[in-house]
Design a protein around this ligand. Structure first.
Ligand code: THU
Length: 248
């Protein structure tokens, strides 16, 4: 299906303000978009590269997954160019209207940053978050909380009609934090009620190790026990090289 393009009058943001949040140290590509849900909420997605390139999260996948993780259905997508990675897939998945514009709408991501207060009960937060997971294929909901120094972001796994377009709870939380401009990532709390243990997959370990290599990953298992780890211990001796970054 060809991508539909319509012109929009200026709204109130520049692409540059979103490009500043992109994490693309390897290619230095600028790529971002904003998804509008059926109820009129706006979710930005930015490109998040990974040293292991298949684990790179395209901006369109990030924005759609954030929208779906908030129990909203994507309806429109604002782009600056029609050639974004995975655009065709997600346009067909939700019959999205594509709007090419120089001035994307301001996103509502600041509402997704929850203030940390001492009364927060991590386990019950995680348990109630599970119901937001979108798991038509696996029926295996996962919940993750990603803490920065002042706020935390919720993540649930989001599956699509193609298995490989799904994205784990941990990475959905990361998409929200990065697109909100947070680099002060501090710790993860993770829960999967149906697993024998709650534990991030190999892909998530690789992604987490790139953004927070020596940080706490707390795993809340289905039997009620908690195990506490450092990300470095979940992916020891991992591939890294500073010469690959910012080479231009
Ligand atoms: N899943 C996560 O959300 N996080 C993990 O680290 C493990 C796997 C999800 C992905 C998929 O929706 C389902 O669990 C089964 O793999």
């Amino acid at each position: 299906m060809p991508t539909q393009l319509t012109q929009q009058s200026p709204i109130n943001m520049s692409w540059n303000s979103l490009y500043q949040k992109v994490y693309a140290p390897y290619s230095e590509t600028e790529s971002a978009c904003v998804v509008e849900s059926k109820t009129g909420k706006f979710y930005a997605g930015v490109l998040i590269e990974n040293i292991s390139y298949p684990l790179t999260i395209p901006a369109v996948q990030a924005a759609c997954a954030i929208c779906l993780s908030e129990e909203e259905i994507p309806a429109k997508i604002y782009v600056d160019a029609p050639n974004l990675e995975q655009l065709t897939f997600w346009v067909e998945e939700f019959n999205l209207e594509v709007i090419q514009t120089d001035n994307p709408p301001k996103d509502d991501l600041e509402n997704l940053a929850h203030k940390i207060d001492s009364s927060i009960e991590i386990k019950s937060e995680l348990k109630s978050l599970l119901k937001k997971a979108v798991t038509p294929n696996s029926d295996f909901p996962v919940a993750a909380l990603l803490f920065t120094e002042e706020v935390y972001f919720e993540g649930v796994n989001v599956e699509a009609s193609e298995w490989t377009k799904g994205i784990c709870a941990e990475r959905v939380a990361l998409c929200k934090a990065v697109a909100s401009g947070h680099t002060d990532l501090d710790r993860f709390e993770i829960h999967a009620e149906k697993g024998e243990i709650s534990s991030p997959c190999g892909a998530c370990r690789q992604v987490i190790s790139e953004h927070m290599p020596y940080h706490s990953i707390n795993l809340h298992h289905s039997d009620g026990t908690l195990s506490e780890h450092l990300s470095i211990d979940l992916l020891p001796f991992s591939f890294k090289s500073s010469i690959l970054k910012n080479k231009k």
